[in-house]
Design a protein. Structure first.
Length: 316
């Protein structure tokens, strides 16, 4: 059999293609981590609601942020099922976001994260849920997966395989999957709704940079709106400094009541130029009386008195 120069050239080109593909695969799994899949897995590989990714990518900043850097593309994979028997759900479909990938990544990067997020109290209602995987693609072939879910108890861990967050973003992912548009879902009245929390609240009660604060009181009934008062940057920063001066510790999501006496409760919602609110709850007749969902601290007299002065009149 005669081997022509053309055949040798074709064979050499094929070797180069295979070698290049292998190099790309190896670069995506640097540090011994599994390669990051390029398509949606056919089944959800976790045994719980949310909190799973097919591979943790070796991307700088993944330990401090759910989605670091500036990805150029996001692919959402959906795995519907029920929260009574989670695990192994089949892929139902996918949605590609291109122009909004960076906006979505920026919003997720604002969420508070930890290596092992602490679980607070969760209700135990059974019902439908959808597990989600989001693959963020970066220039140069790198990628990062984020795993989360939407379910009836609103109690889900979102993770990138290195760090995780207890902030509940299930409805926002569902909306993006259905419409192809990323727009975080927020409550009409933040005094009533559940907030996402803000990155940095695992280190400080109120992260730096607040430009406003809303002080929410207790509603007179389940159908009434909580009373509120809003203040600008000087008051927000002064109150944040007072809260941050107290010794804080990891939140246990509970406190001990003193029995009788002053049972007033308040929410302090600190606003920022961009990103989510920082939410701090104050319980006057409870120890510890200050909690942001990640940290808690004792309520000292100066903070209590200042919050009471800033608060709207209590209804009922």
């Amino acid at each position: 059999m005669r081997i022509t120069r053309r055949a040798v050239a074709v064979f050499t080109a094929l070797i180069a293609v295979v070698t290049g593909a292998a190099a790309v695969l190896i670069s995506q799994s640097a540090g011994g981590a599994p390669p990051v899949p390029a398509s949606c897995p056919q089944r959800w590989g976790g045994g719980d609601v949310g909190g799973w990714v097919p591979a943790a990518a070796d991307i700088d900043g993944a330990g401090e942020s759910l989605v670091p850097g500036s990805p150029v593309r996001a692919m959402i994979c959906a795995y519907p099922g029920t929260n009574t028997h989670p695990g192994g759900e089949r892929l139902a479909g996918s949605r590609i976001l291109t122009g909004q990938a960076r906006v979505m990544a920026r919003d997720l990067a604002h969420l508070p994260v930890a290596a092992a997020p602490r679980v607070g109290g969760c209700t135990l209602m059974g019902g439908p849920m959808t597990n989600y995987l989001i693959r963020f693609a970066y220039p140069g072939g790198r990628a990062l997966w984020v795993g989360s879910a939407e379910e009836v108890n609103s109690c889900v861990e979102t993770t990138n395989g290195t760090s995780g967050s207890r902030s509940y973003i299930g409805p926002s992912i569902t909306a993006a999957y259905r419409t192809g548009t990323w727009k975080p879902v927020h409550p009409d009245d933040p005094c009533q709704g559940r907030t996402l929390g803000r990155r940095g609240q695992d280190e400080r009660m109120v992260p730096d940079g607040a430009v406003s604060v809303v002080v929410c009181g207790r509603a007179a009934s389940h159908t009434a709106k909580p009373p509120r008062r809003e203040y600008g940057e000087p008051t927000a920063r002064d109150l944040a400094a007072m809260l941050n001066s107290a010794d804080s510790r990891l939140s246990e999501h509970r406190c001990r009541g003193g029995g009788g006496g002053d049972d007033r409760e308040f929410r302090l919602l600190f606003g920022y130029p961009t990103g989510p609110l920082a939410d701090v709850r104050i319980s006057v007749n409870c120890t510890p009386g200050v909690d942001n969902g990640l940290l808690q601290a004792d309520l000292g007299d100066p903070v209590r008195d200042r919050v009471v002065r800033l608060a709207p009149p209590q209804n009922g």
